[in-house]
Design a protein around this ligand. Structure first.
Ligand SMILES: *Cc1c(COP(=O)(O)O)cnc(C)c1O
Length: 389
């Protein structure tokens, strides 16, 4: 079966009621036939569910689908994307280890790497996403354990060459850990380039409708084993209800991403040349500095578009007041188009020198293009940009 069929047809076994929709196992624990079965389950002599902090059939259905989509062997679903990102670091790194990471990362990932891991004696080196293979090589130390990156990045939409990092990680026997949230496995599969750990904020395109929080980390059996151990005993488990919602959403993700991406590409094209729009950033635009790389490792340009609006923060206030359709909110990956000014919201706590490197200017607007009619969106953006001059 093809991926799109499996994303719809992978389903928890039906109960005795033969329900059509997948059942929701809203339970904290599972029962044993007798004390002997309980003992065998706890001894891992037989497989089965014990307690929903460990595993739950509704959560497992969601994990099975994402592993199928990413081509990975095992996974663990968490209450939020950040819990999954953190579990990947915490389960694999120990005091004295070194991490090499791209500097174009989600805000909270920066906080973990610079404020939390450092407390435990885990050091790091940041590299620009455009750094060459030689520069990545040069950053690797004897105690380097892991390479971590996000591509395309939030909000700069900078790309990292997945194949090149795959070579470096293999050569130095490093854990190759990728946040694939912006692209989704529909558009990009880091595993094809050697990544052995992949993380997602399921809150974004996987849910796709801004309803529930969730995260998932998946990888090879070997990479996942310490993570499953870490998660089972520290307790970031996803709620079965959220997993049920998210698994349903994965039935439509292929269709949704197609429309998200075609809308985004059309909006990016339309924004170019509007009055006061300095630069438009979209991985599949010819003007994107890494367009060739984008076309090599991504099936389409994704759903995020950024642009730089001239005229200072006052202009941004006027523009967002005039804009009627998009929701002004910091979330993304919704069927509804959302827009935010990263400098004053999602990335307001990033140090100014890093903001400069990442292109987070005062006028930068980040748009997560939704599923509305594209003509309505283009008309709305045009009137709000032109009317706010
Ligand atoms: C939102 C996001 C996260 C964090 O996910 P939460 O579900 O909000 O915890 C991590 N990485 C990227 C790229 C994101 O956009």
């Amino acid at each position: 079966m093809k991926e799109t069929t499996k994303a719809i047809r992978i389903q928890t076994e039906r109960s005795q009621h033969k329900e059509h929709s997948t059942p929701l196992f809203l339970t904290s624990s599972f029962t044993f036939e007798d004390a002997g079965e309980g003992q065998a389950l706890f001894n891992n002599e037989i497989e089965g569910n014990i307690y929903s902090r460990y595993s739950n059939p509704s959560v497992q259905e969601f994990i099975d689908k994402v592993c199928m989509m990413e081509g990975m062997e095992a996974g663990f679903a968490t209450a939020s994307g950040m819990a999954a990102v953190f579990a990947g670091f915490a389960a694999h790194l120990k005091s004295g280890d070194h991490l090499v990471a791209s500097n174009a990362l989600f805000g909270s990932a920066h906080q973990i790497i610079t404020q939390i891991l450092t407390k435990w004696g885990i050091t790091y080196t940041y590299l620009d996403s455009s750094a060459s293979e030689e520069e990545w090589e040069a950053a690797i130390q004897e105690n380097t354990k892991m390479v971590y990156l996000e591509t395309p990045s939030n909000p700069g939409l900078a790309l990292v060459d997945l194949e090149m990092i795959g070579r470096v990680a293999k050569k130095h026997n490093l854990i190759y850990y990728v946040d694939n949230c912006f692209a989704t496995p529909i558009i990009q599969k880091p595993g094809e380039f050697g990544a052995n750990l992949i993380v997602h904020s399921a809150t974004k395109f996987m849910d796709g409708q801004g309803r529930v929080m969730g995260g998932i980390i998946c990888g090879t059996e070997e990479m996942m084993e310490p993570i499953v151990f870490f998660c089972r005993h520290t307790g970031p488990a996803m709620s079965p209800f959220n997993a049920w919602v998210l698994s349903k959403s994965l039935e439509t993700i292929y269709l949704r991403m197609e429309r998200h991406c075609s809308n985004a590409e059309k909006l990016a094209n339309a924004l170019q040349g509007l009055k006061g729009v300095k630069t438009v950033n979209y991985p599949f635009l010819d003007s994107h500095p890494q367009v060739e790389l984008a076309k090599k490792q991504m099936k389409s340009g994704g759903a995020l578009v950024t642009f730089d609006l001239e005229g200072g923060f006052e202009r941004i206030i006027r523009f967002t007041k005039l804009l009627k359709i998009p929701s002004k909110t910091s979330n993304l990956g919704d069927s509804r188009t959302t827009i935010t000014n990263p400098n004053t919201t999602t990335h307001s706590k990033v140090a100014q020198d890093l903001k400069d490197v990442l292109g987070i200017t005062q006028g930068l607007m980040r748009v997560s293009v939704g599923l509305e009619d594209i003509d309505d969106l283009i008309e709305d953006f045009t009137q709000a940009i032109e009317g706010s001059v």
